[in-house]
Write a protein that binds this ligand. Structure first.
Ligand code: PEP
Ligand code: MN
Length: 366
């Protein structure tokens, strides 16, 4: 089924302007009026126009700081009045939506735990019916593109046309060194399906540490995404949530100014930008493949140890022949040649046997 979204271009929303990146910045959480206003002043001072702050915080463990609630909306209102910035926050249910509408929040975003839940998405879409509030939808925590699209469709059907996405990475067991696995290929797929859908990346939640902000932000720009949502706190060391991943406003300015933005301004450049973006896509996919090979060989190492402990021979050709037949079948379904897949997986198998032998002979352990 062909998927369609009716989208108003992001440059017509009235908040975001070119050149890229369009930046949304502010603390993970609104903690106090002073912290909110000091951070906002620091960001407004060098040209940030959209301020973020979480008011209701979805925390993994109960008892952690879960946000200040409605009081924080009053502080956001002060940010608007004092700095002229627009403000946004996360909503996770209809009550949040009604409160935000009441306090004049300019843009809402849906968090990764909420976009994964169709019941909540429908509740939020119903609450937003007949409003004109722009909404950005973060990817669901699990790498499920259809769930992400479904969330967008629910909002779009409720009449929300100022609609966009935020890519914040996926929660997997294999996300090292990042907090959430970037899974760029899912973002690329979504981009290809809806080229007009405004696309932000959230390197803060993807990376989980200030260490990775630069490389992830640059990648988002190389992929041609419109914007970045980045966490910034006037004093990150004492932040009540996500302290490790927040930058001070001046640090954020340095980061944004260090990004290399390749824009198209002539036919020839058009071509170059196109080819560069395609090559970047390939680089990301290759990176994912390497990560998966790493995970694959970790399992081989465990199998080696298991066979060693149970006195079983490493090579069991009959199983491998069976596996290879299955691979060829899958390869056909993806339009890949049998010869290619045979060559790749024979190499994978050889490496796996080598690793298992290494374990058997007392080399690196599982
Ligand atoms: C946030 O942006 O503060 C947040 C909680 O993000 P996510 O939903 O991506 O975890
Ligand atoms: Mn956060």
């Amino acid at each position: 089924m062909e998927r369609k979204l009716d989208i108003i271009p992001v440059t017509e929303w009235g908040f975001f302007t070119l050149p890229r990146p369009m930046v949304i910045a502010g603390p993970c959480s609104a903690e106090s009026e002073e912290q909110v206003l000091e951070t906002a002043r620091g960001l407004a001072a060098w040209g940030i126009h959209m301020f973020r702050a979480g008011i209701w915080k979805p925390r993994t463990h109960p008892g952690c700081f879960e946000g200040v609630g409605v009081t924080g909306l009053k502080w956001l209102k002060k940010v608007k009045e004092e700095t002229g910035m627009k403000v946004c926050t996360e909503v996770a249910n209809e009550k949040h939506v009604y409160e935000c509408l009441k306090y004049g929040v300019d843009l809402l975003w849906i968090g990764a735990r909420t976009s994964a839940n169709p019941f909540l998405m429908q509740e939020i879409a119903d609450a937003l019916q007949d409003t004109d509030v722009p909404v950005l939808v973060k990817n669901p925590i699990n790498p499920d593109l259809d769930l992400w699209i479904g969330a967008l469709e629910r909002l779009n059907r409720a009449g929300i046309k100022k609609l966009g996405v935020i890519h914040r990475g996926f929660s997997t067991t294999n996300s090292k060194p990042y907090r959430n696995a970037p899974g760029w290929k899912i973002a690329i797929e979504l981009r290809a399906m809806f080229p007009n859908l405004p696309f932000f990346a959230d390197p803060s939640h993807m990376g989980g540490s200030t260490l990775y902000l630069k490389e992830l932000s640059q990648r988002a720009m190389d992929l041609g995404l419109e914007g970045l949502m980045i966490e910034s706190h006037c004093n990150p060391a004492v932040a009540l949530s996500d302290a490790k991943q927040q930058l001070t406003p001046p640090e954020l300015r340095n980061l944004i100014e260090s990004l290399v933005i390749r824009e198209k301004d002539s036919v020839d450049k058009d071509y170059r930008e196109g080819i560069e973006q395609l090559r970047t896509q390939i680089d990301y996919i290759d990176e994912d493949i390497i990560q998966e090979f790493g995970a694959r060989m970790d399992v081989s190492r465990k199998i080696g140890a298991y066979k060693r402990d149970h006195n079983v021979a490493i090579l069991q050709m009959s199983r491998w022949d069976e596996v290879m037949e299955g691979m060829k079948e899958k390869a056909r379904m993806h339009g890949l040649s049998e010869k290619f897949i045979e060559a790749v997986f024979n190499a994978v198998h050889d490496e796996s046997v080598r690793i298992q032998n290494e374990v058997l002979s007392g080399g690196p352990q599982a």
